[in-house]
Ligand binder design. Structure first.
Ligand code: PNW
Length: 471
């Protein structure tokens, strides 16, 4: 069903993803300035005090890393641009940095020569250390940066404004386990407010510049792990599923598609949830209910929700029931494989917002246990994860949901934020001592699937072709 259904969709994007801070390293090379993640890690706040200073050293290995994308048969590569590499603050003023620009120009040229479409994220969490998402001036800074990117990289047609605001606002400004490490009761709402305005202003600028026929598209990436009611016969537990989706997806989706926050979120957050001015509301609505060319959907796990206090608005989240986990357990504490959640998730987003198109911009898993090479390269569990999630994506497509792409997280093992290097999401194993890359079994599976799917084979250059990975 996967091949018949998804393989039949014209111009479907099959890809693998990375993000700048997680793979590049070279934190102080080529005129790159510091981001909030440099500051956070240098103060020892990621797991075991590790940093992204070197990570996968992709800054020096980019060419062979792009070779992997081609070898695995993908037609799309999703990556992010490091804001502080291309547009750092110099003497207090954001200034283009030619060396940084050249780094991405080379990547884009290589992708083009291999026939791989770039999908570029403007912001994947590495904010310049001079900025703070709680402060209103970040909105104009983001827009200036976005305009600079559109001017500088006209060869990129698929853009993502922001990646997972739910995660970086919550973990960065409320729970404090991500940069900038702020622990506060309500600051995540300020962060979210400015992210929403930053996307809306940027998309408005984008739409005025590129007609919908031009092939240029911009989306925002929202993430959620769709729950099941702990007790499906209890109406309050059932209601808490809806409440949880509204509070997490609706926090961002409702202002963008409907012009304001969901009323449920206001009930929870009260005056701590900022208000949009009339001008901001009309900006939000100026997209005529289409505030993005595509909805970028990231998803990983399942979970149970319940309303033990008879209050579905404050659901209780758990992963176990009757002594059994909800799905296959992975080493990331929040990750349980529940393939049908992606179908429920897609249905919910499609019913509520009717986006023009949906790209699954991230889906994947870490390992169930041991992370040594001998064990993890035989990642049959990752193959099963992809297979079962994709079957549910195919079902969504059969139901008429406009899914237009599926991007694997991740092309290779990398710096997994607060979890450092102890969680490996790659389809390529990375030895962080030697920087050697080893394709995992799942990479071979993807090559096979991409071939069966009829994904046009990306051009092999430098004498490297798909057969190379079998050696
Ligand atoms: C996403 N959580 O992050 C990001 O977009 C990626 O950069 C990341 O590597 C990937 O998912 C895997 O984690 C998340 O704690 C980070 O629930 C943490 C959480 C969720 C998503």
């Amino acid at each position: 069903m996967i091949v018949e259904t998804l393989g039949a969709i014209p111009d479907f994007r099959w890809g693998a993803a990375t993000s700048a801070y997680q793979v590049e390293g070279a934190w102080n090379e080529g005129g790159r300035a510091e981001s909030i993640w440099d500051v956070f890690c240098h103060s020892g706040r990621a797991l075991s005090g590790v940093t992204g200073d070197v990570a996968c050293d992709h800054y020096h290995n980019w060419q062979s890393d792009l070779g992997l994308v081609a070898q695995y048969g993908f037609n799309t590569y999703r990556f992010s641009i490091s804001w502080t590499r291309v547009f750092p603050f110099v003497n207090g003023k954001p200034t283009p940095n030619q060396e940084g620009i050249d780094f991405y120009k080379n990547i884009l040229a290589e992708l083009q020569s291999r026939g791989i479409t770039p999908m570029v994220t403007m912001f994947h969490w590495d904010l310049p250390k001079q900025l703070d998402w709680r402060s209103p001036d970040v909105v104009d800074h983001f827009q200036d940066y976005a305009k600079f990117l559109l001017d500088t990289f006209p060869e990129v047609k698929l853009w993502i404004s922001v990646n997972e605001p739910f995660t970086f606002c919550l973990l960065g400004y409320h729970i404090g386990i991500h940069a900038p490490g702020v622990r506060s009761p309500y600051d995540h709402y300020k962060c979210g407010h400015h992210v929403l305005l930053a996307h809306a202003k940027t998309f408005d600028m984008f739409q005025k510049r590129f007609s919908s026929e031009s092939g240029y598209k911009m989306g925002a990436v929202l993430n959620f792990d769709f729950p099941q009611p702990l007790d499906p016969t209890n109406p309050e537990d059932v209601q808490s599923v809806q409440a949880n989706a509204v509070e997490q997806i609706g926090w961002f989706g409702d202002p963008l598609f409907f012009g304001d926050y969901p009323k449920e979120l206001r009930l929870i957050a009260g005056d701590n949830l900022p208000n949009f001015t009339a001008a901001e509301k009309s900006l939000l609505l100026s997209g005529a209910n289409h505030p993005m060319s595509f909805y970028g959907l990231n998803t990983y796990s399942g979970k149970y929700v319940s309303a033990p206090d008879h209050d579905p608005l404050h659901p209780f989240v758990q992963f176990w029931k009757d002594g059994k986990p909800i799905g296959e357990r992975f080493i990331s504490s929040w990750l349980y494989g529940v393939p049908q959640e992606i179908l429920h998730h897609l249905r919910w987003v499609n019913n509520r917002y009717r986006p023009r198109q949906i790209y699954i911009t991230e889906n994947g898993c870490s390992d169930p246990g041991r992370t040594q090479l001998e064990y993890t390269v035989n990642d049959w569990y990752r193959i099963a994860f992809f297979r079962d999630y994709l079957a549910n994506v195919a079902q969504a497509v059969k139901e008429g949901i406009p899914v237009q792409g599926y991007i694997v997280w991740s092309l290779m093992d990398n710096f997994e934020w607060a979890d450092g290097y102890a969680r490996r999401f790659g389809i390529t194993y990375v030895d962080f001592q030697t920087q050697k890359r080893t394709p995992k079994l799942s990479a071979f599976w993807w090559l096979h699937l991409n071939e069966r799917m009829g994904v046009p084979s990306p051009t092999a250059i430098s004498g490297v072709d798909a057969a190379h990975v079998y050696k």
